[in-house]
Design a protein. Sequence first.
Length: 185
Amino acid sequence: MSDTDALDMEDGEAPDAGPKKKKGGLGALLPTLLKFAAIGVGALLFIVTVSVITYNIMNEGGKKQTNVTDPSSPYIGRKPIYAWYTDIGTVTTRTKDELSHSVSVVMNIGYDTDNVTAYSELSGRKFELQDFVRRYFAGKYAEELKPENEERLKQEIKETLNKRYLENPSVRDITFTKFDVMEAF
């Protein structure tokens, strides 16, 4: 048997391999569609997973980002000069400890000197500000009001005032002229 006999080259026809199946219609399209759908779902899951991991890394595991800087750091630039709202006065309250402590605070609010509406807004909300200061410190434990936590407290107060109380976020700094925490008898 020669090579030409097996292929039957003289007639130009290929040897008979059996009956041919026709592929077409939904039977041929379904595996292809399923393959592309699986690839799409896999890509979507990959993208979501990478996004969630990246977001958690950027947010340090979902911790709240408050920028409390060390005032003694050599990398902090000069602090701008602010105008100060000082009409809140002395606010005295008790902490929420079981054995409550007395807190007495005189708080001042710094705002930009060129902001002409800040003083009028702050003075218009004087009683709201006094109430806010009283409730803020009444909602804290004495442990949270230690001197080493003062910068964090100032940052929280500044963020709360700008987000909840003022129409225009104009609070730039918070200072305490008086900040006494005493054990009540």
